[in-house]
Design a protein around this ligand. Structure first.
Ligand code: BDR
Ligand code: CA
Length: 311
C-alpha cells in the first residue's frame, strides 16, 4: 500500500522538486500540501505549491495555506537564494486550481485524526510553524503521526543563514523546539547530508534531456537555484536540499546517520536556531532523532531523474 504523507512546505525551487518527486512516485499517496511562510511570504508559497502541482498535471491535489509568520519572531525570508517569486528560473502560468478553504493547521489535525493512527507521515520542507501549531492545538495528534521526516539543521556544516543555524530551523526555532520535544519519531536531513547531494551541470543536463515539461522546468529551477551556493561555496554544484526527504521514503537504504539527541537553541542571539546534535554521544540526554549524515548521491539523483521522466 502507498505510504500516506502530507508535505508541509515553503516553495522554493528545491521544495518544488520534492513535490514533483512525490507526485511521480506510486509508492507515495500525497494526502495534501500545507504551505507555510519561509523562503518567501505565505501568499507566494501557497501560489507556488499550486503551480508545481500543475506542472505535474495534478490540479486535484489539495493545497492549504497555513501560518504566515513564525510563532515568536518576525519572518525571515530567502529571496537572495530563491529569487523574488521563490520559484525564479522559469515563468509558469497562474494556476487554475484554487486554494482549499480552511487553515493548513486544521487540515493537518483533521487528517491525522481521520486516518488510522500511525499511518500518516509528515514531510516538513520549511520552517516547522504549521506542525508545531498543530501539536499545540491538538496534542492528541502526536501519538497518531507515523514519523516526521524533515529537512533542517546541521552539525558538521553548522549553518547557512547564520554562522550557527540552518534556514528552516532559524526561521522558527520555537516551532522546531516543540517538534523536537514532541516524542514523535523524527528523521532529519541536515546540511551535513544535503551538502553531499550536489546538483551539478551533468545532472541538470540530464533533467533537460528527459524532453518532458517537468524535466525542462526542473532544469531551469535548479540552474537558477544553484548559482547562489556555487558562488558561496566555490563548489561544482549546489545542494538540492528538500528532495532528500522524499528520496528517503523511496529508498532509505541510500541514507545513513545516527539516532541521537538533538536540541534546539532558542535563547542565544548569536546561535539562535542551532541544532545542538549530540553526534558523539557526550551527554546522557535521550535520543530523539535519526540525524542523517550521508547519502549515496549518485543513486539518489538517478532515482530523481528516473521519476521525473514519468511526469
Ligand atoms: C532549506 O532552506 C530553504 O531555503 C530550502 O528550501 C531548504 O528547505 C535549506 O536550508
Ligand atoms: Ca524548503
Amino acid at each position: 500500500m502507498a505510504r500516506k504523507i502530507i508535505i508541509d512546505t515553503d516553495p522554493g525551487q528545491d521544495d518544488a522538486v520534492a513535490i514533483l518527486l512525490a507526485l511521480a512516485s506510486p509508492e507515495i499517496d500525497l494526502l495534501g500540501i500545507s504551505c507555510v511562510a519561509g523562503n518567501v511570504p505565505l501568499k507566494l508559497t501557497s501560489l507556488n505549491a499550486r503551480k508545481v502541482c500543475e506542472v505535474a498535471g495534478r490540479g486535484d491535489v489539495r493545497v492549504f495555506a497555513g501560518c504566515d509568520r513564525p510563532l515568536v519572531h518576525p519572518l525571515v525570508t530567502a529571496e537572495h537564494v530563491h529569487g523574488k517569486t521563490g520559484l525564479d528560473g522559469v515563468e509558469l502560468p497562474e494556476p487554475a486550481m484554487a486554494l482549499q478553504d480552511g487553515h493548513a493547521v486544521d487540515f493537518i489535525i483533521d487528517t491525522l485524526r481521520a486516518e488510522p493512527a500511525g499511518s500518516v507521515t509528515l514531510c516538513a520542507l520549511g520552517p516547522l510553524t504549521n506542525i508545531a501549531l498543530a501539536l499545540r492545538k491538538a496534542p492528541d495528534i502526536a501519538g497518531r503521526v507515523q514519523e516526521i521526516v524533515l529537512m533542517g539543521g546541521a552539525y558538521f556544516e553548522v549553518g547557512n543563514i547564520t554562522p550557527a543555524a540552518e534556514f528552516n530551523i532559524y526561521v522558527d526555532p520555537e516551532a522546531a523546539d516543540i517538534v523536537f520535544k514532541s516524542g514523535i519519531p523524527l528523521t532529519v536531513m541536515p546540511l551535513d547530508l544535503t551538502h553531499k547531494a550536489l546538483v551539478t551541470a551533468p545532472i541538470v543536463d540530464g533533467f533537460e534531456a528527459l524532453g518532458n515539461h517537468a524535466g525542462r522546468v526542473v532544469a531551469s529551477w535548479t540552474h537558477f537555484f544553484e548559482r547562489f551556493d556555487k558562488a558561496k561555496y566555490g563548489s561544482e554544484g549546489a545542494p538540492l536540499h528538500d528532495p532528500t526527504v522524499i528520496g528517503y521514503l523511496l529508498a532509505p537504504e541510500l541514507y545513513s546517520g545516527r539516532h541521537i539527541n538533538v536540541e534546539i537553541e532558542t535563547r542565544s542571539d548569536l546561535t539562535r536556531g542551532m541544532t545542538v546534535a549530540d553526534w558523539w554521544g557526550v551527554t546522557d540526554r535521550p535520543a530523539n532523532a535519526m540525524f542523517m549524515g550521508d547519502i549515496d548521491a549518485g543513486a539518489f539523483f538517478a532515482l530523481l531523474t528516473e521519476r521525473l521522466a514519468r511526469l
